[in-house]
Design a protein around this ligand. Structure first.
Ligand code: ZN
Length: 148
């Protein structure tokens, strides 16, 4: 059987940081600012809570560009899951979000700037050791992990 996993890296989780993100903050901006200020270069990110509005995006694999999706009403953050690695030598947060409206309709996508927090409980599991760097990947058009 073909091996579909071509690369792995094992690291220890050296710290769990709980984050409360204030009402009115930009979700992606707040987490990114925390990682930059505290030099968190590698780890897993989790978030639950509620948004006043969301800006998400969907990557069009043919056009190789992000298509924007705005949801301009209150939403529950059912699951925010992502990671932090390095891009251009700086901590870069990549977070995906699943969120529901009052009718239970679910929206999801790649979190963009402009998603405004109503209340948010987040956590970062920081990994120790060599962080992964992102590098442009021609096949996908995305900045993917460079294992070099
Ligand atoms: Zn994404």
């Amino acid at each position: 059987m073909e091996n579909s996993i071509t690369k792995t890296r094992q690291q220890k989780i050296d710290k769990l940081v709980w984050l409360e993100i204030k009402n009115g903050a930009d979700l992606l901006g707040a987490i990114t600012a925390y990682c930059l200020k505290n030099n968190i270069q590698a780890g897993l990110i989790f978030a639950i809570g509620a948004l006043k509005k969301a800006k998400l995006s969907f990557y069009d694999q043919t056009k190789k560009k992000y298509l924007a999706l705005s949801v301009n009403r209150p939403l529950e953050i059912l699951a925010g899951l992502g990671n932090v690695s390095l891009k251009g030598g700086r901590p870069f947060v990549h977070l995906h979000l699943t969120a529901s409206d009052k009718a239970g309709r679910v929206y999801g996508g790649h979190l963009a700037q402009g998603s405004i927090v109503f209340a948010c409980e987040s956590a970062i599991m920081r990994a120790s050791g060599q962080p992964l760097n992102r590098r442009f990947d021609k096949l996908t058009g995305l900045n993917l992990w460079d294992w070099g």
